[in-house]
Ligand binder design. Structure first.
Ligand code: ATP
Ligand code: MG
Length: 389
């Protein structure tokens, strides 16, 4: 029996004329993610993508796992593909779904007939298949309201597809369909979660990390690589730019009032990230800031931060509680990496009493002591870039 992946695109259905472009993007992403497992053919029909393995012995479990991390997919299922013949359908159900039906108590059959020439109508398919499965698995009972297993029979153009309950996909929009943005990524819990959320809305990611050696170590940077590798399982590969930030931090420490350290530093991050963003065709910045979480994330502080850049700043966590973020980070597999104890440049130069209601003109005055353009130019020169796959 041939096994395939049946993949349902999500919100795409809403997008009218853009839909076919989105679906092509989705197939492109699936092609890249599944290709390392072997050869595939993709067929798109009635807003369902059939991913058909062409190589023998394909690891379908891993394929399903990978499909589950592709944005733009609302649901997916591993399915058996059989000829459009009621005998083949009945035997196919009994054989292919035996492992689930054997351990279930209750089931029902649902049928979808997109080929209207198929001799049996949907209710007849359900009735016939239900009766047949009761004979083959006498311990089962039919429960149409709350079945443990729903057996799906989809009669499509060329084949019939048989599967049990479908699995919820990663949702969102296909990678790249919303354009490109640059995420400011630290080793913390928040920024990887923010990156994931915006990638889910269709943004392709470029990443910017600020490192302050020797205050921050090579292992701290390796942690950022690790975090991005986890995010990239969903978002696709990410270009990471690591900016040498030591000199800027030292200058700030020498020349600016301590209570403004973090804010001035954050504004430098924004300016540098903006330049890297523009060079890489990114039209927005992304941060993991959350309103009120720390002194540099009060409303007044965010106003000062925003004033440093002409790009829109996306802060998808802004209205979330820390607990919500932790739950998300666990779900996407970044949490365990984030809690590894490594220093970040922000934690190295933390003021004892940061100003929580900074006024922009005081911050600008404080910055006047620095040669910002020259510092930024040097930092950009001192930037290294890598692909994170
Ligand atoms: P995170 O968990 O993402 O570190 P946080 O709550 O600890 O966030 P801050 O350390 O104040 O908050 O940083 C706020 C945001 O600034 C981060 O979410 C991130 O987008 C950005 N940021 C902080 N440090 C760095 C860094 N070293 N490199 C790049 N971006 C950074
Ligand atoms: Mg942090």
């Amino acid at each position: 029996m041939n096994e395939v992946l049946l993949i349902k695109s999500g919100e795409l259905a809403l997008k009218g004329q853009n839909r076919s472009g989105f679906e092509q993007q989705l197939i492109g992403t699936l092609r890249r993610r599944l290709r390392p497992l072997g050869e595939w053919q993709f067929i798109l029909a009635q807003s369902t993508i059939q991913a058909i393995p062409l190589s023998a012995g394909m690891d379908m479990e891993e394929a399903a796992r990978r499909a589950g991390r592709v944005f733009g997919i609302s649901a997916y299922a591993r399915a058996a593909r059989v000829p459009k013949d009621i005998r083949a359908i009945l035997e196919g159900c009994a054989e292919y779904l035996a492992p689930v039906l054997r351990y279930a108590q209750t089931f029902k059959v649902e049928a979808k007939r997109s080929d209207k020439t198929f001799p049996l109508k949907s209710p007849q398919i359900c009735e016939t298949a239900g009766g047949y499965l009761l004979e083959r698995f006498p311990h089962l009972r039919v429960d149409v309201h709350r079945p443990e297993v729903t057996v799906m029979v989809e009669v499509r153009e060329q084949f019939a597809f048989l599967h049990a309950d479908q699995v919820k996909g990663a949702g969102g929009l296909p990678t790249g369909s919303a354009g490109d943005a640059a995420v400011l990524i630290s080793g913390g819990i928040d920024s990887p979660a923010a990156a994931w959320m915006m990638a889910r809305r269709g943004l392709r990611l470029t990443a910017v990390h600020f490192a302050s050696p020797p205050y921050t170590s090579a292992r701290a940077e390796e942690k950022v690589h690790k975090l991005l590798r986890q995010v990239a399982k969903y978002s696709g590969r990410v270009r990471l730019h690591v900016v040498g930030f030591t000199k800027i931090q030292e200058e700030i420490r020498q020349k600016c009032p301590e209570e403004l350290f973090t804010l001035v530093m954050r504004r430098f991050m924004m300016r540098i990230a903006e330049q890297i963003a523009r060079e890489n065709n990114c039209h927005a910045l992304i941060t993991g800031e959350q309103l009120g979480q720390v002194a540099s994330q009060t409303l007044q502080a965010l106003v000062c931060t925003d004033a440093a850049t002409g790009l829109p700043v996306f802060r998808p966590l802004i209205g979330m509680d820390k607990e919500d973020t932790v739950r998300l980070a666990r779900q996407i597999g970044t949490y365990e990496i984030s809690i590894l104890p490594f220093e970040d440049c922000c934690t190295v130069f933390t003021p004892r009493h940061p100003r929580t209601r900074p006024k922009l003109h005081f911050v600008e005055q404080a910055e006047a002591a620095l040669d910002a353009d020259e510092l930024i130019r040097e930092a950009l020169e001192n930037t290294q870039s890598h692909w994170i796959e």
